[in-house]
Design a protein around this ligand. Structure first.
Ligand SMILES: *Cc1c(COP(=O)(O)O)cnc(C)c1O
Length: 372
């Protein structure tokens, strides 16, 4: 690797641009440490800790302007575990999945493998684009990803026209960075280590009354459901501001810290606005660049939270990422399975839009040095 020192005047204040786990605000960690002996290491069934679960639920209600009859369900295991739970306790018989990247395809695979479900419909598109849902009376659950973290494609949350099925959205990297309307979804779920600048380990699922009714109906049926994947248990515990088993307390603390920061500064408009500002700069830079091009060609499909930028073959993107890393700018590598000469750059709410501007100046510097 060539030794290139980026002038310190060009460097961003914080060099973390990874798509997850992503930048945690330093003040969140300082405040967590300052809890000392009063929080970590105390019982999750006692008021002090139940309060932080309740705060998380209230913070999500405010951030997403949830109608009063929605529930905020949380539990251990992250979005990946929730896919398995959904195959047991949410999909009645047949689901439809949009598959346009790593994450949507994983949920689709879980539904294919579940022996008690009919084979799902899977609608694919080329990487870098997204397909559309197709209304079908046989479908009881429509599943798609708000933001495909692997490819940098986002899609609007929209109910298929005239459908009776419920809409379940994996918003792990989109929630808090992209707008959506509760009228268009029934289950909107995520893990907090992306836009929520927290750590992994939890799933948070915002559930409409229809989603809760579905969970309770399947829970009352004779379908076998493993206890740890039982959404009725998760729902019952969430109503008591608890989780079924011991939750990741630091993750909850850091999530609250971020949610409260976003709510105090203007809520979803503020958080998604920061991402939009960063994205406008980054795509504008790439569009105008001789050596860089946004991988996602349709501007409507380009994500405001994760940008995938192809570099000209004259520049090795992995070398650019290595040089950036040596200068403290980390996790800009492309998604390996896409196999492109690409940088993948997160623009989550915690990332300063000014740092995204600094990042592109640093990339310019590295590309110029590599060419000289
Ligand atoms: C990161 C990610 C996941 C997986 O989250 P885990 O917490 O690791 O289970 C799922 N879906 C999307 C869209 C993601 O970005």
């Amino acid at each position: 690797m060539p030794t290139i020192e980026i002038p310190s005047s060009l460097l961003p204040g914080d060099g973390r641009f990874g798509a997850g786990p992503s930048k945690v605000r330093p003040s969140s960690l300082t405040d967590l440490a300052a809890t000392g002996t009063g929080f970590m290491g105390t019982s999750h069934r006692k008021p002090g800790v139940r309060d932080v679960v309740a705060r998380l639920q209230g913070g999500m209600r405010e951030l997403f302007s949830l109608p009063d009859d929605w529930e905020v369900i949380l539990g251990n295991g992250g979005a990946t575990l929730l896919w398995d739970a959904l195959t047991f306790g949410f999909i009645e018989n047949k689901s439809q999945h949009l598959s346009f990247g790593e994450f949507g395809s994983k949920f689709a695979k879980a539904a294919v493998a579940a022996p008690h479900l009919s084979d799902p419909t899977i609608i694919e598109s080329a990487m870098g684009e997204h397909p559309e849902l197709v209304t079908d009376e046989a479908i009881d659950t429509y599943a798609f990803t708000h933001n495909e973290t692997s490819t940098g494609v986002s899609m609007p949350v929209v109910r298929p026209h005239g459908s009776t099925g419920l809409v379940a959205v994996d918003a792990t990297s989109g929630a808090a960075g992209l707008h959506w309307d509760t009228a268009e979804a029934d289950l909107y779920y995520f893990s907090p280590q992306k836009c929520f600048a927290s750590d992994g380990g939890l799933f948070i699922a915002l559930a409409s009354p229809a989603a809760c009714a579905r969970i309770e109906t399947i829970g009352a049926s004779d379908r076998w459901i493993p206890a740890g994947l039982d959404l009725v248990t998760a729902l019952d515990n969430s109503r008591k501001n608890q989780t079924y088993n011991t939750p990741a307390l630091a993750t909850i603390f850091l999530t609250n810290h971020m949610v409260e920061w976003m709510n105090d500064n203007g809520g979803l408009d503020f958080a998604a606005g920061r991402c939009a500002t960063s994205a406008a700069h980054l795509y504008g830079w790439a569009d105008a660049h001789a050596m860089a091009t946004p991988f996602v060609t349709n501007p409507d499909h380009r994500s405001n939270v994760v940008a995938t930028i192809d570099l000209d073959e004259a520049v090795d993107a992995s070398v650019v990422s290595q040089v950036l890393r040596a200068n403290g700018i980390v996790d800009t590598e492309g998604y390996r399975k896409l196999g492109r000469n690409q940088l993948r750059l997160a623009m989550f709410p915690a990332i300063e839009p000014d740092d995204v501007v600094a990042l592109t100046a640093c990339i310019d510097h590295v590309i110029a040095e590599l060419a000289s």
